[in-house]
Design a binder for this molecule. Structure first.
Ligand SMILES: [Zn+2]
Ligand SMILES: [Zn+2]
Length: 422
C-alpha cells in the first residue's frame, strides 16, 4: 500500500521482491534491495556481435584497471607493451600513406599515357591524400587571457603548482562537462569549460575540475599523443571516403548498377579493415589512457583535497539527470536552472545514477573511467587535505567575468534541446 510521507516521498512495496522502498515521485522508482528498475530495457535494434564484444571488453578492462589502481595507487603510466604496439601501428599508417604517394608517382611515370595506368596512379595519389596526417583545428570561438583575467589568474596558479604548461585559450561551452585539448600547428592548449557545470561547482570543486584538466598537460596520456591521434584521424577519414553508401544499387542507377556490386563489396571490406586498424590502436592505448585519467584525478585531489575531488565527481553523476530536464525550454535562465539541478539532486537519485553506472561499467569509447569507479578510488585511499584554495571572492570574480556568456549559452542550450526533441 502506498502512503504519502510529508517530504513527498512515497513508501511502497517493490513489485519485484516485495520489500519496503521509499520513492520520490519526481524521479524514477527503483529498489535498493533487489535492483529492480535499475536497468532500463534497451531501445532500438539489438547491438551487433562486435558491439557486444566491444562492451564486454570495456567492462573487463575497466574492472581490472580499477582493481589495480585501488591496490597500487594512481601513477603516471609508463609506456606499456600494448601502447608501444599502438605506436608501431601508427608508424605503419604513416609509412603506408607515404608509400601510396610514391607508388602513385611511380605508376604515373611508368604508365606512358595508358588510360588504365593514369587511373591507377590517380587512385593511389587520392588515397595518399585522404590519409595525409593532419592536425586537429580549433573551430570554436576562444577567449584569451586578456578577456578572462580572473579565470586565467587561477588557471595559471594551478598550472604553476603542477608544473604543467599554462592554458593558452578558453572555450566556454553549453555542456555539462569540461575538457582539454591541443590544436593547430602551434599546438595551443585549450580548456573547454561547460558554463552550466562550472556554475554548479563550489570553490574546492572548481579547483578539482581545473586541476584535473590542467593535469592533462603532464599525465602521460598516450591517447592524446599527436602521433597516435594523427594516424587514427587519417584512418577514420579513409574509412569514410572508401565505405560505399550501400551494396545494392538504388533504382536511379538502373540495371548497370548491379555490375558494381562486386566492387562495392571490396570497398566495404577494405573500409571495414581500415576501421579495425583504427580501433586496434585505440584499444591498445586504452589502458594507459585510462591510467592517465586516474592519475589526473589523483593530482586534482592533491590540490583540491578529497572533499573537493569527491564533490566534483558527485556533480558529474548529477549531470546524468540534465538530459531528463524536459522543462528547460521554458526556463528564463537555463544555465542557472541546470546549475541548481546539479546541486539539488536528492541522495537517493544520486545513488541510483551511481548504481546504473556501476552495472554498465567502463566503455572503450569513453574518454574517462566511470565517475563511480573514480569515486571508488578516492574513497579507498586516506583522505587528503586541500593544498590550493580558491577564495570565495576570487570565485565570485570569475563568475562576474563569465556573466556575459550566460545569455548566449542559455540560448544555445534551449536551441540544442529543441533540436533534439524535434
Ligand atoms: Zn526489490
Ligand atoms: Zn580527464
Amino acid at each position: 500500500m502506498a502512503t504519502t510521507l510529508p517530504t513527498l516521498l512515497r513508501r511502497e512495496d517493490c513489485p519485484s521482491c516485495g520489500k519496503d522502498i521509499e520513492n520520490d515521485p519526481r524521479y524514477a522508482a527503483w529498489c535498493e534491495h533487489c535492483g529492480w528498475n535499475l536497468i532500463q530495457p534497451e531501445r532500438g535494434p539489438r547491438p551487433s556481435r562486435i558491439d557486444q564484444l566491444y562492451r564486454r571488453l570495456g567492462r573487463r578492462y575497466g574492472r581490472s584497471l580499477l582493481a589495480e589502481v585501488k591496490k597500487h595507487g594512481a601513477h603516471r603510466p609508463s609506456v606499456s607493451l600494448s601502447t608501444a604496439g599502438a605506436f608501431v601501428i601508427a608508424s605503419l599508417v604513416y609509412v603506408g600513406a607515404i608509400g601510396l604517394a610514391l607508388l602513385g608517382v611511380a605508376v604515373l611515370l611508368a604508365s606512358r599515357g595508358s588510360l588504365f595506368g593514369i587511373f591507377l596512379a590517380v587512385l593511389f595519389l587520392a588515397l595518399a591524400w585522404v590519409m595525409r596526417p593532419r592536425l586537429p583545428r580549433l573551430k570554436d570561438r576562444a577567449q584569451t587571457r586578456a578577456e578572462l583575467p580572473a579565470l586565467f589568474r587561477h588557471l595559471d596558479r594551478i598550472a604553476d603548482k603542477l608544473r604543467s604548461p599554462r592554458i593558452d585559450v578558453v572555450v566556454i561551452t553549453p555542456e555539462v562537462n569540461a575538457g582539454y585539448g591541443r590544436f593547430g600547428w602551434r599546438r595551443r592548449r585549450v580548456l573547454f569549460l561547460g558554463l552550466p557545470f562550472f556554475a554548479a561547482l563550489s570553490p574546492p570543486e572548481r579547483v578539482a575540475l581545473l586541476a584535473h584538466e590542467l593535469a592533462h598537460g603532464i599525465n602521460g596520456d598516450p591517447g592524446r599523443a599527436l602521433f597516435l591521434q594523427g594516424a587514427i584521424t587519417s584512418l577514420l577519414e579513409a574509412h569514410s571516403v572508401i565505405e560505399p553508401d550501400s551494396i545494392i544499387p538504388g533504382p536511379e542507377e538502373g540495371f548497370s548498377g548491379y555490375f558494381s556490386i562486386p566492387f562495392r563489396i571490396v570497398q566495404l571490406g577494405v573500409s571495414r579493415a581500415i576501421l579495425a586498424v583504427a580501433f586496434m590502436q585505440l584499444i591498445l592505448a586504452y589502458r594507459d589512457s585510462q591510467r592517465a585519467e586516474y592519475f589526473a584525478d589523483a593530482i586534482a585531489a592533491d590540490l583540491a583535497g578529497t572533499t573537493g575531488a569527491l564533490g566534483l565527481l558527485e556533480r558529474s553523476h548529477a549531470a546524468e539527470s540534465v538530459a531528463a530536464m524536459t522543462w528547460l525550454g521554458n526556463a528564463p535562465d537555463p544555465v542557472a536552472a541546470i546549475a541548481t539541478k546539479l546541486r539539488s539532486l536528492p541522495p537517493r537519485e544520486l545513488d541510483r545514477i551511481r548504481r546504473v553506472e556501476e552495472i554498465a561499467g567502463s566503455r572503450l569509447d569513453a574518454t574517462h573511467p566511470p565517475a563511480s569507479a573514480r569515486e571508488d578510488v578516492r574513497r579507498s585511499e586516506p583522505s587528503r587535505r586541500q593544498t590550493l584554495a580558491l577564495s570565495e571572492s576570487d570565485s565570485q570574480s570569475i563568475d562576474r567575468e563569465l556573466e556575459g556568456f550566460r545569455e548566449p549559452i542559455g540560448r544555445t542550450i534551449v536551441d540544442d534541446y529543441l533540436a533534439a526533441i524535434s
